[in-house]
Design a protein around this ligand. Structure first.
Ligand SMILES: Nc1ncnc2c1ncn2[C@@H]1O[C@H](COP(=O)(O)OP(=O)(O)OP(=O)(O)O)[C@@H](O)[C@H]1O
Length: 325
């Protein structure tokens, strides 16, 4: 071989290796952890929330404030911890997943986003010690691999206190724990605790003739602090998370009205690529049950059963069309 061709071959090989291992190329095929200094695009998040999250002006406001502050802080002193409270089907999981997608575009499918369900992942109280070790090592391992990891804990009110305590060191103001820094991670806790109190406060607002959008965070914080954080049965009161102020933001979710359920139905139809049929929208929303008994203002299950109810309606419509043909 000519020295010139050997040199050329080496040059081409090293250029190719450099190109293939360049993050831009590599990360277009393999999911990568965001690079240092990554920021959540709060404007894009706001647009998504405005467009897709219905009837939750407070949750929107708090989450945007939290995310903007955290993401623009080059050296946060602790991970971001959000505690989402509210009635079933009001959008807690939905918002968490939207937020997670703004950190890792694959959302729940991302290897950097972790969802835990108390009753599914930690069902046996007698195995507490095992769960504690597994959970700690899972969090440690994943944050070592990607500091921007997102952890979502659903059914927080059903989590054993010992498990909540096990994650406490990761949420605290330590620079590092065993050589790992948790300060760029996000922890989101979801629970129904306080949902009934939020509902009552919203109903009181309605009864006194005030607009739902007039409800301010401070109106609900007072309610939550009495009902959830100092209440022995709320599932969170005893936790050292509260005692040590490790929760950065409490995010209240309001009960959804008939008009919000209709918005969910329309959104679901559009997501399926179907034309919006207002008759079906009305029919699905009417099928939901509403409380309180007399006023029938708020959906019992929020928007949770919209998809299933829409399936039935669309099924009937298809059968009807086929029968006509
Ligand atoms: N406020 C909302 N805006 C838009 N869609 C919503 C809203 N609330 C619920 N949905 C729709 O209903 C589905 C179920 O809601 P979600 O799982 O977020 O409820 P949740 O509050 O987490 O309930 P649970 O406490 O029972 O877990 C969502 O995937 C979404 O499609």
């Amino acid at each position: 071989l000519e020295p010139l061709s050997v040199g050329l071959a080496i040059g081409v090989a090293s250029a190719l290796t450099g190109y293939l291992s360049h993050p831009n190329f590599y990360c277009s095929y393999v999911e990568c952890c965001p690079s240092a200094g990554h920021r959540i695009n709060a404007t894009a998040l706001r647009e998504q929330l405005d467009e897709r999250l219905f009837g939750q002006h407070l949750a929107k406001e708090v989450v945007l404030r939290a995310v903007t502050g955290f993401s623009h802080n080059p050296s946060p002193k602790k991970p971001l911890t959000l505690s989402l409270h509210g009635w079933a089907g009001t959008g807690k999981n939905f918002l968490s997943q939207l937020l997670a997608r703004h950190v890792h575009p694959a959302g729940l499918r991302s290897k950097f986003v972790h969802l835990f369900l108390a009753t599914l992942h930690f069902p046996h109280p007698q195995q507490l010690q095992l769960y504690q070790e597994q959970l700690q090592s899972w969090i440690r391992g994943n944050v070592s691999a990607c500091p921007y990891s997102v952890f979502i804990f659903d059914e927080m009110d059903k989590m054993h206190q010992g498990l909540i305590d096990a994650i406490k060191p990761f949420l605290d103001y330590y620079e590092q724990v065993d050589g790992v820094s948790y300060r760029k991670a996000i922890f989101i806790f979801l629970s129904n605790a306080g949902g009934d109190l939020i509902n009552k406060a919203v109903l009181d607002f309605w009864t006194s003739g005030k607009d739902r959008e007039e409800i301010q965070l401070k109106d609900l914080e007072r309610v939550l602090s009495v009902g959830v954080f100092n209440n022995k049965n709320s599932g969170l009161w005893h936790s050292s998370l509260i005692d040590r102020n490790l929760i950065d933001y409490f995010v209240p979710f309001l009960p959804l009205e008939h008009k919000h359920v209709k918005m969910c139905v329309r959104a679901e139809m559009k997501a399926r690529g179907h034309a919006v049929d207002e008759k079906v929208v009305e029919a699905v929303a009417d099928e939901m049950t509403y409380f309180p008994k007399e006023e029938k203002l708020y959906s019992d299950k929020g928007c949770k059963t919209v998809q299933a109810k829409l399936d039935i309606h669309e099924d009937i419509a298809v059968k009807y069309t086929n029968a006509k043909d």
